[in-house]
Design a protein around this ligand. Structure first.
Ligand SMILES: O=c1ccn([C@@H]2O[C@H](COP(=O)(O)OP(=O)(O)O)[C@@H](O)[C@H]2O)c(=O)[nH]1
Ligand SMILES: O=C(O)[C@@H](COP(=O)(O)O)O[C@H]1O[C@H](CO)[C@@H](O)[C@H](O)[C@H]1O
Length: 324
């Protein structure tokens, strides 16, 4: 690792691997002292199987018992299952991407849901969690807030964790994060070695100051995490970024084929941010075998992104209304 990345890793990595490692009362005092308002956002597409327990846990712990969280919002990203009803029943506010900034239309993808969440929330601190998390992850919220409440220079905090991969009932202890390990990490080490200290650059759990998040574009699909990392590095420098060890992360995993398309979106985003002069095709062709031969199947992986939310007039007037 380059000296700057190593120094960052040593200085800006903290640990909150369980509730035992956290002092919620101290965090609540720091939140109140700083006059902060906290929004927790879960982007969710067809997550009815997991979103209910997750929301119920978070609501009980951090809305009802210890009011660290002021709003708990599930952004329904074109779900076709009972995600919205289950999330609402568990205590979340639920808003569909189609209902947010309708004048801007809507696009498919996780990044679109995250971008629109800025216009559907009011906290100056925003925590993002995937809605397919498994196991007890209640400590993720205070863990991610800790560095933001402790140091005003920190603008963005990524969770890091070990990532067991469960496939067909078999668990591979560190098999998860396949796109991270096989695509994102090698690319970032090559092109942005100052980011080499991030253990989970693609991790879906992170928190940031709205004042920073509204200044950067949001890639609309799965390139959103790598895009945010690069753009927030360029916005404020490495010293404004941090990471926190949250222990273990388990989630419902996708197929290799789906992750291949995700990797294509990550590659397109990184190449675009690197100012790649050779125009990318924007297409990824994968192959299936139908017993008789290989069948090509192409999908678009071109970068589609939304502009910094601060440039959106409707958003600015929403923010102005809140202040007035
Ligand atoms: O178009 C999409 C795709 C995904 N997601 C959500 O984004 C999170 C991460 O997506 P996914 O689980 O598909 O990615 P993985 O964790 O498998 O890499 C989950 O809460 C999804 O429901 C979303 O809101 N819209
Ligand atoms: O880190 C990764 O390699 C991918 C896939 O993880 P798994 O191999 O399914 O554990 O998961 C992440 O990447 C996505 C793209 O950035 C994020 O949107 C997901 O939240 C995150 O789980």
């Amino acid at each position: 690792m380059r000296p700057d990345a190593r120094a960052w890793f040593q200085h800006r990595t903290t640990s909150a691997t369980s509730l035992a490692a956290i002092d919620p009362a101290a965090l609540l005092r720091a939140k109140r002292r700083g006059g902060h308002r906290v929004s927790v956002v879960l982007p969710a597409r067809n997550e009815e199987a997991t979103v209910g327990r997750l929301v119920a846990d978070l609501h009980e712990r951090w809305v009802r018992r210890v009011p660290l969280v002021d709003e708990l919002v599930v952004v329904d990203s074109d779900s076709t299952d009972g995600t919205a009803e289950v999330a609402r029943g568990a205590g979340a506010d639920v808003v569909a991407t189609t209902e947010i900034l309708p004048g801007h239309g809507t696009r498919p993808g996780k990044g679109e849901a995250l971008w629109k969440s800025l216009a559907a929330t009011t906290g100056d601190l925003v925590v993002f969690l995937d809605a397919d998390l498994l196991g007890d992850v209640a400590h993720y919220v205070p863990g991610l807030l800790g560095p933001l409440l402790a140091d005003p220079q920190v603008r963005y905090v990524k969770g890091c964790y070990t990532r067991p991969l469960e496939v067909d009932g078999t668990t591979v202890p560190a098999g998860g994060g396949r796109v991270t390990e096989l695509t994102a990490r090698p690319l970032l080490n090559a092109l942005w070695p100052e980011l080499a200290g991030f253990v989970q650059p693609l991790g879906g759990e992170y928190a940031g100051r709205r004042s920073a998040l509204e200044q950067v574009p949001f890639v609309s699909a799965y390139g959103v995490e790598v895009g945010l990392l690069i753009d927030l590095l360029q916005l404020g420098g490495l010293s404004t970024l941090a990471q926190v060890d949250l222990g273990v992360r388990r989630h419902t995993s996708q197929s290799q084929e789906a992750l291949g398309a995700m990797a294509g979106q990550v590659v397109s985003t990184v190449l675009a941010r690197a100012g790649n002069r050779r125009a990318t095709s924007g297409l990824l062709t994968q192959f299936r075998h139908d017993g008789a031969g290989f069948v090509p199947r192409s999908s678009t992986v071109a970068v589609d992104e939304r502009p910094p939310m601060a440039t959106v007039a409707e958003y600015r007037s929403l923010q102005a209304d809140m202040v007035s």
